[in-house]
Design a protein around this ligand. Structure first.
Ligand code: G3H
Ligand code: 13P
Ligand code: NA
Ligand code: ZN
Length: 330
């Protein structure tokens, strides 16, 4: 069944583990994520990022997605997941990743998402609290879970946990939970978005432990979220590069660190980059092994996009020709 995220998070807290939360940009990816979780008999957390909703609403230049595009995309993915969830024996939550403003969050909720993130981390603390509180009111009235964010994710070398730090301040986290009533909080503690997290990135798990301890002390039930947590498997990067790609300096978070943080108050671990890399590897493999397929106009256009963008690994950069084919038959 499609359910809010909150009970899935509460279970991670009660039994001291963490759930992966996987980003998708298409219905077929959502199906695959659900299939794998059914195999492991685990609840599933699917997430669509704000711009992913624009893309799934049919917007090829998703960076310019409007609210109208996002509303259509949210409805598309939510309806598909709802259908698939009907005959599934696992609980499934559909979560908006990095909602940027109230209207984007509203688009996701109205479209059928059961959980949303409002990312006010670039705002001053009081403005972040104000915006998050507004989202919590709208979401909770509709049974939808809310994740907020405090602190700025950045490189691990340039920032230390001291004055001017962008790591999450535990005291701010307590204030944030108290004043917004969010269900979960994304923290900054050494992880970083993307495929270039730096060699030997160290996750500062003591920051998660400190925040979680403060929450316990205050009697606040809250789950912490680890963003930027892809492991960036070496072998996938090597395969992409052997197939004509050019992805340099690719490093992720070591799996043993993710295992450790799952016992430090982290209940949700966000993964997007690893899926993007896997899709890119598979697409490249297909084109290299099936040169004759390029006789098809659409396939050839996709290949051309890949050939001319060896550094790209966002599938959304390659898939627009499929949209043209489906929508206009050319
Ligand atoms: O944390 C960011 C996610 O990887 C989503 O990225 O906004 O390009 O969909 P996106
Ligand atoms: P990665 O870029 O490490 O996959 O992080 C994804 C993420 O945090 C999505 O919110
Ligand atoms: Na945990
Ligand atoms: Zn993130």
């Amino acid at each position: 069944a499609l359910i809010p995220l909150r009970p899935i998070l509460d279970a991670t807290d009660k039994f001291d583990y963490a759930q992966g939360a996987f980003n998708v940009n298409a219905v077929c990816q959502a199906q695959a994520v659900i299939d794998v979780h059914e195999m492991f008999r685990s609840p599933a957390i699917l997430q669509g990022a704000d711009l992913a909703n624009g893309f799934m609403g049919g917007r090829k230049d998703f960076m310019n997605a409007t609210i109208e595009d996002k509303i259509i995309g949210a409805r598309n993915i939510a309806n598909a997941v709802k259908e698939r969830a009907k005959d599934s024996f696992i609980p499934i939550a559909l979560h908006l990743d990095h909602g940027r403003d109230f209207d984007s969050v509203k688009a996701a909720i109205d479209g059928g998402y059961t959980s949303v993130m409002i990312d006010g981390s670039s705002l001053p603390l009081d403005k972040n609290i104000e915006l998050t509180r507004e989202v919590v009111k709208y979401a909770h009235e509709r049974g939808v879970t809310v994740e907020g964010e405090l602190g700025v994710l950045a490189g691990v070398e340039d920032h230390v946990f001291s004055a001017g730090s962008t790591y999450t301040n535990p005291l701010h986290a307590i204030k944030f939970f108290k004043e917004t009533k969010v269900d979960a909080l994304a923290i900054s503690y050494g992880t970083m978005h993307g495929a270039n997290k730096g060699k030997d990135a160290v996750v500062r798990k003591e920051i998660a432990i400190a925040i979680k301890e403060c929450l316990r002390h205050e009697g606040i039930q809250g789950v912490l979220v680890s963003h930027g947590s892809s492991t960036v498997p070496r072998y996938i990067v090597d395969e992409i590069n052997a197939l004509g790609g050019d992805i340099q300096n690719a490093y992720g978070i070591a799996l043993n660190q993710l295992k450790e943080v799952s016992h430090c108050g982290i209940g949700k671990i966000n993964v997007d980059t690893d899926i993007r890399l896997a899709v890119t590897r598979n697409l490249r493999e297909y084109f290299v092994n099936n040169p004759e397929a390029r006789e098809d106009k659409c396939i050839n256009e996709i290949w051309h996009l890949m050939e001319s963008n060896p550094k790209a690994f966002d599938p959304r950069a390659f898939l627009p020709p499929i949209m043209d084919t489906v929508m206009y038959g050319n």
